[in-house]
Design a protein around this ligand. Structure first.
Ligand code: A2P
Length: 282
C-alpha cells in the first residue's frame, strides 16, 4: 500500500484510498494546504460547495502542474440545491469555481436539508436523476452520497438507476455508525470517513496514544491507519505542511487485529459528535 493505492468502486472506477480533506480550510490556507498536499503526493482532494474554498482548491490544482487525469477530485451538492435543473446548475457552478471540466466524485452532502424536510425523498430522487444524467454526459465520473443513514438510502434506491458508489460519513472510533456501515458494505457502497481524527479530539485518547507509542508513530497516524485497514477512505484535514506529511506516512506499520479491535471499542464522549441528519438546522 502507498499514497496512490486505490479501491475499486461499484461502477468500475477507482478511488485513491487516502484523501486530503478541506473542511474548514479557507482562503490562502486552503490554497496552500492543497498545494502542499499535492506536492507531497496526495492525489485525492475532497471539497464541497459549502466549504467556500472551491476557487482556492481549483487554483492549487492548476498551480501544482499535475495532469488532471492523475487526480481524483470530489465536491458536494449543498442542501439549498435540490431539483433537476438546480442540481445541474450547482455542479456547473462548482466546476466553474474549481476550473475543471469534470469532477471525479459528486456527492449529495446531506440527505434531509431543513429546506426540504417535508419532501426530501422526492427531492433527493430528482437530484439523483440529474446526477445520473450528468454522469452520462461525462461531467461526473462517479456519484454518491454523504451522511446518509439506511432509511435515506432505502428511499433513494426506490428510484435510483445507479447505486451510489460512496457514502461519506463520520465513521470513527466512538462514532462508528455500524448499521450504516453494514448496510453499505452489503450493497458494495464504499465508506469515506470525514474527520478521521475526530477533528483532533481522538488524538489524546489513551488507547490511541499507547498504540502509537508501541509503533513509534503518532496518534494521527494510528487513526488514519485504522481507517485504511477497516477499508474506509479517510480524508484527514490539516493546513500545516508538517502534519500533511505526517498524515500520509502511514504505510510502514500495520495494526494487529487486537489493536484494530481495541480502537474500534473506544468509547469517548466526543464534543463534535456528528449531528442527526434528520434534525440538522441547515
Ligand atoms: P490543522 O489543520 O491546524 O493542522 P479531522 O481531519 O478529523 O477533521 O481533524 C482535523 C483537525 O486535526 C484540525 O484541527 C487539524 O489542525 C488537526 N490535525 C490534522 N492533522 C494533525 C496531526 N497530524 N496532528 C495533530 N493535529 C492534526
Amino acid at each position: 500500500m502507498n499514497i496512490e493505492s486505490k479501491l475499486k468502486l461499484n461502477d468500475g472506477n477507482e478511488i485513491p484510498q487516502l484523501g486530503y480533506g478541506t473542511f474548514q480550510s479557507k482562503g490562502i490556507e486552503a490554497y496552500q494546504g492543497v498545494l502542499d498536499a499535492l506536492k507531497e503526493g496526495y492525489i485525492h482532494i475532497d471539497t464541497a460547495a459549502v466549504y467556500g474554498n472551491e476557487k482556492e482548491v481549483g487554483q492549487a490544482i492548476k498551480d501544482s502542474g499535475i495532469p488532471r487525469e492523475k487526480l481524483f477530485i470530489t465536491t458536494k451538492l449543498w442542501n439549498d440545491n435540490r431539483g433537476y435543473e438546480e442540481t445541474k446548475q450547482a455542479l456547473a457552478d462548482s466546476l466553474e469555481r474549481l476550473g475543471l471540466d469534470y469532477i471525479d466524485l459528486y456527492l449529495i452532502h446531506w440527505p434531509n436539508p431543513i429546506k426540504f424536510r417535508d419532501n426530501w425523498q422526492e427531492m433527493n430522487a430528482i437530484s439523483w436523476q440529474a446526477m445520473e444524467d450528468l454522469q452520462k454526459e461525462g461531467k461526473i465520473k462517479s456519484i454518491g452520497v454523504s451522511n446518509f443513514q439506511p432509511h435515506h438510502l432505502d428511499a433513494l434506491l426506490e428510484t435510483a438507476k445507479v447505486v451510489p458508489t460512496i457514502n461519506q460519513i463520520r465513521a470513527i472510533p466512538s462514532d462508528l455508525k455500524e448499521d450504516t456501515v453494514n448496510y453499505c458494505l452489503n450493497k458494495n457502497i464504499k465508506i469515506e470517513a470525514w474527520s478521521p481524527l475526530g477533528q483532533g479530539e481522538l488524538l489524546e485518547n489513551d488507547i490511541i496514544v499507547s498504540i502509537a507509542n508501541k509503533h513509534s508513530k503518532t496518534p494521527a497516524q494510528v487513526c488514519i491507519r485504522w481507517s485504511l485497514q477497516e477499508g474506509y477512505i479517510p480524508l484527514p484535514k490539516s493546513v500545516h505542511k508538517e502534519r500533511i506529511i505526517e498524515n500520509k506516512d502511514v504505510y510502514d506499520f500495520e495494526l494487529t487485529e487486537y489493536e484494530m479491535n481495541q480502537i474500534k471499542g473506544i468509547k469517548q464522549i466526543l464534543e463534535n459528535n456528528s449531528n442527526n441528519p434528520d434534525s440538522i438546522n441547515y
